[in-house]
Design a protein. Structure first.
Length: 187
């Protein structure tokens, strides 16, 4: 499925940023370009690899689907080759200082499904079976990967905040990637 998101490639995998237009997804991706290459600024293609890992690729090719005459139910929606495994999914919000916070499952699913339906071709599909399949995929992604809310500002403190969490350290079990400085749950 396609998601309205930007993504960068870290040594630990893809970091996907969700949010509506003007939330700061592209700005955040560009702030991180010195350390992490951009996968795409506006649309990513999310799929499950044959080994069960959720991966992402640039969603640029979604424009091809817009000009195809076929019914969306007959389109091929599987992954276009090997992707970059997803290390984290963050819903971005502008703030004065960077902070990564927990969110409830309800809001995580809401944010993720919104990003799916912000893509025009998926928004106009009107196929209940396909929409139900997208919801199943999103629910599984949320269960396996989760979603955090990331509050950020347009300065170097944001860059340091993110890069400190996604630098690969030999021998680490990568549990440190998702630690929170100020854990709190948003109800």
């Amino acid at each position: 499925m396609f998601m309205h998101a930007s993504a960068v490639e870290t040594p630990c995998g893809a970091l996907v940023f969700l949010g509506p237009s003007n939330a700061g997804k592209t700005t955040l991706a560009h702030l991180l370009t010195a350390d992490f290459p951009i996968i795409h600024e506006d649309c990513v293609y999310v799929f499950r690899e044959s080994d069960g890992v959720f991966s992402v690729r640039s969603g640029q090719f979604h424009h091809e689907f817009l000009f195809r005459p076929e019914n969306p139910r007959t389109m091929r929606w599987d992954g276009p080759g090997r992707g970059i495994p997803i290390a984290g999914i963050w819903r971005v919000f502008k703030a004065k200082r960077p902070a990564l916070v927990e969110t409830s499952r309800f809001f995580a699913l809401r944010y993720m499904m919104s990003s799916v339906f912000e893509i025009n071709i998926q928004h106009q599909t009107h196929c209940p079976d396909l929409e139900l399949e997208w919801f199943r995929r999103v629910a599984e992604m949320e269960r396996v990967i989760g979603l955090k809310e990331f509050q950020f500002s347009k300065n170097l403190s944001t860059v340091h905040y993110v890069t400190d969490r996604f630098r690969y350290r030999e021998g680490d079990n990568h549990e440190y990637l998702f630690r929170l400085d100020n854990p709190r749950t948003i109800q």
